[in-house]
Design a protein around this ligand. Sequence first.
Ligand code: G
Ligand code: G
Ligand code: NA
Ligand code: MN
Length: 252
Amino acid sequence: LTLERDLAAALAAGQLQMHVQPQVDRAGRPVGGELLMRWPRADGASVPPHVFIPVAEESGLIVALGAWALRQACAAVLRLQAAGLAMPLSVNVSPTQFRQPDFVAQVRQVLADTGAPARLLVLEVTEGLLIDKMDDTIGRMHQLTALGLRFSIDDFGTGYSSMAYLKKMPLYELKIDRSFIQDTPHDANSRALVQSMLAMAGHLGLRVVAEGVETRAQADFLTAHDCACLQGYLYARPMPLDALIALLGRVS
Ligand code: G
Ligand code: G
Ligand code: NA
Ligand code: MN
């Protein structure tokens, strides 16, 4: 309860931050990024999102938090574009946020308010979104796709949903969960699963991002099996947007 109250206060006081973790292509060139929320507390301690996001989900605060995240994502896309670094950015959308009756209207409004190009925004949703009200979810996804946004399935392979949704949904991308990447290439089962996910995505025409790439051996295995995009500590940790702009400015 204290955490919930502190989080609401931090949001109101403008103390939350959005960091961005670059995503790179097979040659290691940055091609996009994922926005990740950060809550640095006044006392110097930082509360990790795997602690505060579930609290926000429980309390409903995720709706306000998610609206803020979406606005931040639009601002970040515009700032990158202004720096000559136009690239798509992904933002996590929680199931509760997505199921708000006015979610599509909210997205339309934030695009109109900010002038951010929808084609540079990717919404990351999890398989948990697909457990119920599948038709409603798909309908919304089509409405948002019509606005120009794209969808990514986050933590792919860890949900309990069937794969039937893959043939019904307007998807752009799968993100292979880092638990599979972690045990690749040394563990034969993980290797087989990653290879199968890459092949399946290829046949479905979906882009794949491998999450949590930490070692050269993992990157080599993934690129050898046609993984288009890699994200992880091997390349960069999540960082403030200014740091990314400085980094990319030096590279290009
Ligand atoms: O940033 P990582 O370091 O610790 O994130 C942990 C978890 O928090 C991940 O599951 C991630 O998807 C989630 N998360 C991070 N930022 C956001 C956000 O802006 N919105 C939502 N809904 N989840 C987020
Ligand atoms: O659930 P989601 O995929 O949105 O969360 C991304 C999470 O993964 C964030 O917490 C981010 O900080 C973390 N992360 C990103 N790259 C790496 C990595 O290479 N290794 C590990 N262990 N975590 C990572
Ligand atoms: Na994510
Ligand atoms: Mn993920």
